[in-house]
Design a protein around this ligand. Structure first.
Ligand SMILES: [Zn+2]
Length: 221
């Protein structure tokens, strides 16, 4: 998904496309070269470069995530970024610290940018947690169902919550409040993108009050 999706408004329609069409697919009026009532708006991709994030939970397709795209069905792999964009993720061989490979993923910010004391500790917490016996293949076996990459991420988040004197968050709560809303956006965007690839545009009736994406959930810390 390298091309940017833009939204053009014309005759009570909204047209999603990669470039302004010659003529309006609804009324046939010349669009290109003519003055549009509103400038085309580009829709930000819901995917981010995980190595440019700081203190985020990252979700990416499990294998070869630079060449595969989210289709809502591929296995997902999760990790946590440190303050320098290194992605810590638990695999069969233990915790891996990736400096590349997470260029296209969903990021869930975990720490508010003004939480300076926690930000200062974050990398140390992450290193300490990753060095624990829970993640050492000599002590614990990776298990696809019960001891996997997400167990690691959630365990880390809860260890930081505990260190901050706060109560832990359950797998369900975390998934439903923090991850799923973002994944839904990816699915919507991917569907739209594929449609435009096949049909050049996607058109809907213009909404009176454009519905904004529901406000982002507050960060967990
Ligand atoms: Zn039109």
């Amino acid at each position: 998904m390298d091309v940017c999706v833009i939204r053009v408004s014309h005759c009570e329609k909204e047209i999603f496309c990669f470039s302004v069409p010659e003529e309006c697919p609804s009324c046939g009026e010349q669009l290109r070269g003519s003055r549009l009532q509103e400038a085309p708006v580009s829709l930000p991709s819901p995917l981010t470069n995980g190595h440019k994030t700081s203190c985020c939970l990252l979700v990416a397709p499990a294998q070869d995530n630079t060449h595969r795209e989210f289709d809502g069905m591929s296995d997902l792999h999760t990790g946590v970024s440190n303050t320098a964009g290194v992605v810590y993720n638990y695999t069969q061989g233990g915790v891996v610290r990736d400096q590349s490979g997470w260029e296209s993923c969903v990021s869930v910010p975990l720490v508010r940018p003004d939480m300076f004391p926690l930000l200062a500790q974050w990398d140390r917490y992450l290193d300490q947690f990753s060095d624990g016996p829970m993640w050492d293949p000599a002590w614990h076996r990776f298990d696809e169902e019960h001891h996997n990459c997400f167990t690691f991420c959630l365990g880390f988040i809860n260890s930081v919550l505990a260190a901050e004197g706060r109560s832990s968050v359950s797998r369900d709560t975390f998934t439903h409040s923090f991850i799923l809303p973002k994944m839904r956006r990816v699915t919507k965007y991917t569907t739209l993108y594929r449609h435009i690839q096949r049909h050049q545009y996607y058109m809907v009736d213009r909404q009176k009050d454009t519905q904004q994406d529901t406000a982002a959930k507050p960060d967990i810390f």
